[in-house]
Ligand binder design. Sequence first.
Ligand SMILES: O=C(O)C(=O)Cc1ccccc1
Length: 316
Amino acid sequence: MSPRASNTSAKKTYSYLGPEGTFTELALAQVAEAKGANHRSVAHVQEAIDDVISGRAFRAIIPVENSVEGGVSATADALAITENVRIYGEYLVPVTFDLVARPGTVLKDVRTVSTHPVAYAQTRAWLSANLSQHAHLPATSTAAAAAALLDNDFADAAVAAPTIVKHYGLKTLARNIGENKNAQTRFIQIGLAGPMPEPTGRDKTSVIVELPTDRPGALLEMLEQFAARGVNLSRIESRPIGDRLGRYRFNIDAQGHIADSAVSEALMGLHRFSPKVLFLGSYPRADKQKSVHEGNNSNVEFADAASWLKQLKAGK
Ligand SMILES: O=C(O)C(=O)Cc1ccccc1
């Protein structure tokens, strides 16, 4: 049976950045539709995306942005070169970090600390102050770093979620070692392109936009597509395209749903101006705040302007 076929019959599969005990797994626990479904742990964001594309998984949960560290570049870069994948939801997870080790380890014996790069960036200050000589061993996730402590002795300790000790026979050496105590990470649920979540009035739309090359003011022109329709942006982040120096693509989250005229007009503006716009989807905002389109940019006002124009064209 092909992986796609196996998904049509029995339970749906949700892939997530694992193994057990990652922050991504905590985000998956927020996905109501995934309760009772198969949960498949993968080692990389790309593997999660490949699962969705091949049909091995119905959906995947991946980290996208951290309130302290910014965008997760592995996710941004993988999505930018993927077609036919859409975002169906977003989830916020508060992230606090503990230092864990094999039983018997004491803090002063720790030389090598393993963790995910995003977790390391947020705990580096504490680690430098308390383990000034330590080396960092990057891991594919916080839980992978923790689990590896029981498989080999490459590292002496790992930085992971406080709940990690429920999953592995490790002990906590230090609690809450993150620099920002209110840090949050945003996760997305992705799937193959298909029917979108209905507009709720509290939505977000994500796109990746490339700029026309060597055009003065191109960045301003891109932003004007949103500004002219009163569409607020909640994130704009540039990533190098990678073919040569000086070429960037922009990962943008805008308030509102593609069903909102202000957003659809902005998208059409982007399409006219940009050599490549990748639409990643419209989905409900995790913070449940209203998406307001400032100025005269409500659906009613757009509809009124359209019927006025129709009259003019009809010679009335
Ligand atoms: O490694 C994990 O546990 C993840 O889910 C990725 C991650 C790492 C650090 C902060 C937030 C998410």
